[in-house]
Design a protein around this ligand. Structure first.
Ligand SMILES: [Zn+2]
Ligand SMILES: [Zn+2]
Length: 191
């Protein structure tokens, strides 16, 4: 997770997180992911809408596809590049909401830069409004989305919490719960 998040709160301006499927596989998983994200937001009373990007933001689907294409080489997604490119797009007032992209795990892998200690396998999530999911089981959906909400990993790992690199449980420890509540307290209170 980057130290600075210039676009942190991008999902706040519009109070929206849009989930995009870029192929049939993603389409078949999309409604379950939207439901899962909605449940997580309700757990913390965070007032963000999770929408079907392909429907609600259909005018942006091509841009999402172009971002993905531009960051993919030999079926490996360079997520650092995608994050940078997304930032540039947002500087032009496009995609002003949280973006979740579902990709087919049989077609894509992540390119992990040599400097990266924790390899991305299931998905990636960053605090400036981007999540890419290869796997959509409950643990990885919640873990990556929690990165978008601003939570870092536990370093060293902490047993029983989803925010370890290896997310083996769907639950957040008390420390992580308090962190989310602190970071989002204005929105939680404001409803
Ligand atoms: Zn993580
Ligand atoms: Zn925790």
């Amino acid at each position: 997770m980057p130290l600075s998040c210039p676009n942190n709160g991008v999902h706040l301006r519009t109070k929206e997180v849009a989930v995009f499927a870029i192929d049939d596989k993603g389409n078949s998983l999309k409604s379950a992911v939207i439901k899962e994200l909605g449940e997580l937001l309700r757990e913390f009373s965070i007032p963000l809408d999770v929408t079907d990007g392909n429907l609600k933001r259909s005018e942006d689907v091509q841009q999402i596809q172009a971002l993905l294409r531009g960051s993919t080489k030999n079926a490996k997604i360079d997520y650092d590049k995608l994050e940078r490119d997304l930032r540039n797009v947002r500087d032009k007032e496009r995609l002003p909401y949280g973006v979740v992209i579902l990709i087919d795990k049989n077609r894509y892998e992540f390119y992990n830069p040599p400097s990266q200690r924790d390899r991305a396998i299931y998905g990636i999530g960053v605090c400036d409004g981007l999540v890419i999911l290869r796997h959509t089981h409950k643990e990885s959906v919640r873990h990556e989305f929690a990165h978008m909400l601003g939570l870092p990993h536990h370093e060293p790992p902490k047993s029983g919490c989803i925010m370890n690199w290896e997310c083996a449980t769907p639950t957040f420890c008390e420390e992580c719960k308090r962190r989310i509540e602190r970071m989002w307290q204005d929105e939680i209170k404001g409803g």
